[in-house]
Ligand binder design. Sequence first.
Ligand SMILES: Cc1cc2nc3c(=O)[nH]c(=O)nc-3n(C[C@H](O)[C@H](O)[C@H](O)COP(=O)(O)OP(=O)(O)OC[C@H]3O[C@@H](n4cnc5c(N)ncnc54)[C@H](O)[C@@H]3O)c2cc1C
Ligand SMILES: *[C@@H]1O[C@H](CO)[C@@H](O)[C@H](O)[C@H]1NC(C)=O
Ligand SMILES: *[C@@H]1O[C@H](CO)[C@@H](O)[C@H](O)[C@H]1NC(C)=O
Ligand SMILES: *[C@@H]1O[C@H](CO)[C@@H](O)[C@H](O)[C@H]1NC(C)=O
Length: 543
Amino acid sequence: MGISKPSPAFSFLLIFALYFSFYTITPTTSSASLQDQFINCLHKNTHVSFPLESTFFAPAKNVSMFSEVLQSTAQNLRYLTKSMPKPGFIFKPLHESHVQASIICSKKLGTHVRVRSGGHDYEGLSYVSEIEKPFIVMDLSKLRKVNINIKDNSAWVQAGATVGELYYRIAEKSRVHGFPAGLCSSLGIGGHITGGAYGSMMRKYGLGADNVLDAKIVDANGKILDRKAMGEDTFWAIRGGAGGSFGIILEWKIKLVPVPNTVTVFTVTKTLQQDPGNKILSKWQMVADKLVDELFIRVIFNVAANNGSKTATTSYNAVFLGNKGVLMKVMNKSFPELGLTPKDCTEMSWLESIVYISGFASRTPTKVLLQGKSAFPKNNFKAKSDFVKKPIPESGLKGIFKKLLKEDNPMMIWNPYGGMMAKIPESQIPFPHRKGVIFKIQYVTNWPDSDRRASRHIKWIRDLYSFMTPYVSANPRQAYVNYRDLDLGQNKKGCKSTINQAQVWGASYFKDNFKRLVKVKTKVDPNNFFRHEQSIPPMLVQN
Ligand SMILES: Cc1cc2nc3c(=O)[nH]c(=O)nc-3n(C[C@H](O)[C@H](O)[C@H](O)COP(=O)(O)OP(=O)(O)OC[C@H]3O[C@@H](n4cnc5c(N)ncnc54)[C@H](O)[C@@H]3O)c2cc1C
Ligand SMILES: *[C@@H]1O[C@H](CO)[C@@H](O)[C@H](O)[C@H]1NC(C)=O
Ligand SMILES: *[C@@H]1O[C@H](CO)[C@@H](O)[C@H](O)[C@H]1NC(C)=O
Ligand SMILES: *[C@@H]1O[C@H](CO)[C@@H](O)[C@H](O)[C@H]1NC(C)=O
């Protein structure tokens, strides 16, 4: 993996207190009676009633209903197979006080909790624990109020709302307001913003996490805290330090940003034959991060069957915050090699551009954003990420295409940086991938349930990742925490995390900010109540 040496700056002050052993008290009771005890405890700790039929889901009661709820928002089918550990039960709070009571009660009963907002975690960490048994899932899908305040350009959004719902509700109030978060409409705002949250307006406005004004969380003691009550250190940590480490986000207060009346989108696809010598792709690498901030052009790599043989395609998929005429001028000046024509471009509202860039078929009504649905069918997938700081030479590009053509269903997305992303200092929030990044790579491979060769696909993506080493960031090799990757630090599932492992993924996801995250964690959750395979570990400070 090329990054195994922990920096001395970390090692001298940290002793990780065998942190997964704190709560491994396995209750002797069965999970059915664990649920009864939990319900009794909840009754004592909240005044708001919760009808059991619509809030508690356990396999003992109705296994098909339980599976339905477990699967409802889970995005990675790889983590729903029979052999994956299942929660003892799922609880869906209806009220913020239920979340508070759940923390108090799970502490009392010594049971491990996973929290789920939109269920998009790449490694299923919001609904599978491979490190502790029993565990329960708190699913926030019933806490999804969105409260837009156009007058002061802000909104309060509960954790269980999707980004699609948020965008729809904003557009309902105003055509010229928006929010710069994720592209896929089914993402849960709760987990999404905790790791950064990028979308097609990142070059203009930064990340979702860069545009948070306030938040309400439930801490490890079951207390509700807003920004003022949690303090600036914790407020810093939750905006990019990733989910499941510091508390449970109940709601975010976000800053709305201006969007124009008309935006323009296009997708131009080239086969390998249509881009001989990768001239267009090489030019994209030169300009992607330097274009006007209003223009976001990502490149999506696919493999398509072509008359019996396979060919790779590159799709230049773009959103421009402005009209077609201005876009044509910008492209003619900065990226004429793509050969964009007015016919390739479609003008629309910002909300319609969300539906477009999410991947829904053209003319899908914007109401689809309220359905909590992704444009893509769920499948088994494994993904990884990289950050690129100097253009990849032709030899590298050739090697990449060769590898892509060997896999059944590969995808790669190159996502441009620059603009506002390069202006925000690395330590402003825990998300550190800023100045100097030209683009981020996401590698994905997916396969259907009928394909029993999961390990073959995983091996393929690890090989590609290893091939990419000379072309991407190093020391540390950076990665996006919202593209959770349990390979980092070779943290095999089921193994206890060690100091070295945490330092490897900590540096990849957060660079120097990892140290401050550990400090905040130590202050707000020293007993490590909020934990998972890659949660921020608390430390003991050596005197
Ligand atoms: C199809 C797809 C498309 C994506 N597109 C984008 C994109 O365009 N831009 C981008 O930035 N990312 C994207 N992502 C990644 C996405 O941002 C992360 O997976 C994110 O964590 C999802 O949040 P969630 O609430 O849906 O997930 P969940 O699985 O519910 O949660 C993710 C993590 O956060 C924790 N968590 C959940 N809710 C809370 C809460 N309320 N408080 C504290 N911790 C919590 C969970 O325990 C888990 O560890 C995409 C993912 C998928 C699967
Ligand atoms: C179990 O749940 C399913 C829905 O998944 C429902 O159709 C069925 O009636 C339930 N069975 C019982 C016994 O409640
Ligand atoms: C497909 O391949 C066959 C045989 O190589 C060739 O004759 C035919 O013209 C090809 N068709 C297209 C559309 O390229
Ligand atoms: C592009 O710009 C050149 C001059 O810089 C001009 O001659 C040409 O017509 C422009 N093409 C388009 C499509 O705007």
